[in-house]
Design a protein. Structure first.
Length: 108
């Protein structure tokens, strides 16, 4: 095993290295290295690693929101379509068969 004390930070030449980034195989000081998902990575590799899933997640969220809006519009359209068709069917039966008028008059 290599002695870390002899190594210097990749970014800070005057600082002692505390860990080695497994991604870029460079030594880094305490300030430059970060723990991410139980893995020790340097700031540059972490940024590289974090950028892709974040964009993917944001894109997915946007797509999901778009799908939700579309579904909402579809439900709203269906709702008003059903109400509209129901409202259209009611006057049609009222007007076509004048039974309700005759029946109502005959009863009197
Ligand atoms: Zn790295
Ligand atoms: Zn450093």
């Amino acid at each position: 095993m290599q002695n870390l004390a002899d190594k210097r930070c990749f970014n800070h030449a005057q600082r002692e290295a505390v860990a080695r980034c497994p991604a870029c195989i460079q030594f880094f000081c305490r300030e430059c290295i970060t723990e991410h998902d139980d893995r020790v990575l340097c700031a540059a590799c972490l940024r590289k690693l974090a950028r892709v899933p974040l964009l993917r997640r944001r894109g997915f969220a946007r797509a999901f929101r778009g799908a939700q809006v579309m579904l909402g519009l579809l439900v709203a359209w269906l709702f008003f379509y059903l109400i509209g068709s129901a409202l259209l069917s009611i006057p049609a039966s009222f007007h076509e068969g004048e039974l309700w008028q005759r029946g109502w008059l005959d009863k009197r």
